[in-house]
Ligand binder design. Structure first.
Ligand SMILES: [Zn+2]
Length: 287
């Protein structure tokens, strides 16, 4: 699933396309998008005649601002789900299979969402309303914003009895972090992924906050991680999969100490850790 660095790569690609011509047509396939089902109405037609402005990101969501006919800004929220891809094409280009959304601009370019598994989501409406309501309203702090740090993490997760890796995936605690980058950040911080969150000390939270920022930033610099589906706006794969230290590398030697990495599954999601660099604490383990 695209995490913060992948969504950020898509955001940058859309921003670089410099889409500034007004929206002349909104096209939507007849298929439901699964994430979107739990949201309010998609309401995409409100974008017609709007002028595209800045494209931001909140957690794993793209938030595109539009100037509408009124004083209030409109917004379009795009969630890429598992396999969603955004691209910019000419309007004349035939839609590829699994295209579910196309926004045509007056300069004859189209932004399209292709999503074979349809786990993505779309929603448009007044920007302020979108930011305050589901799913954006409940999101936790952005890890790449100023002010993010160990104290903030400890405040949000320090009472949790869940394994730290699982706790980190809670989007209301930290926005945008998913399994791959959580597993990588825990390795870099030398923290056993299944230790109860409440057992971490202030120094560990501080270290972890630092490595979360490092692995996310590296992911962005590498253009995202492509394990299977992820492509940027140009249709290219990311490079961060070659830079992962432990994720997907169970049984391979630890890049730091050479010990065999150990695979684990928790909450239905797999990961890996180094038994020497991320030692299992001696008492009160979470299974
Ligand atoms: Zn090691």
């Amino acid at each position: 699933m695209p995490e913060l660095p992948e969504v950020e790569s898509v955001r940058r690609g859309l921003q670089a396309a410099n889409l500034r011509a007004p929206v002349v047509e909104v096209w939507r396939s007849s298929y439901k998008l699964r994430v979107g089902k739990s949201w309010a109405e998609e309401n995409l037609d409100c974008l017609k005649g709007n002028v595209p402005k800045d494209i931001r990101r909140r957690g794993k969501y793209i938030v595109w601002e539009f100037a509408g006919p009124g004083a209030e800004a409109n917004g379009l929220v795009i969630h890429l789900g598992m396999s969603g891809r955004c691209g910019v094409t000419t309007a004349a280009q035939p839609k590829v299979v699994h295209t579910h959304f196309a926004l045509r601009m007056a300069d004859d370019r189209e932004v399209r969402l292709v999503d074979p598994r349809r786990f993505g989501g779309l929603r448009a409406g007044p920007l302020a309303e979108l930011m305050a309501s589901e799913p954006l309203g409940a999101l936790g702090p952005e890890p790449l914003d100023r002010g993010f740090g160990g104290a903030m993490l400890a405040e949000r997760l320090g009472a949790s009895r869940r394994p730290i890796r699982d706790a980190l995936l809670d989007q209301e605690a930290v926005a945008g972090l998913g399994n791959i980058y959580a597993v990588e950040a825990l390795f870099a911080a030398g923290i056993f992924p299944m230790v109860e969150a409440q057992r971490l000390h202030a120094s560990a939270w501080e270290r972890l906050a630092g490595t979360i920022v490092t692995v996310l930033q590296r992911g962005i610099d590498n253009g995202g991680t492509t394990l299977k589906d992820f492509r940027n706006v140009e249709g290219e794969v990311g490079r961060n999969q070659d830079d992962l230290r432990v994720y997907g590398r169970a049984d391979e030697p630890c890049p730091r100490c050479g010990a065999a990495l150990v695979g684990f599954v928790s909450g239905g999601r797999s990961g890996a850790y180094c038994p020497r660099c991320q030692p299992r604490p001696r008492t009160r383990l979470v299974r």
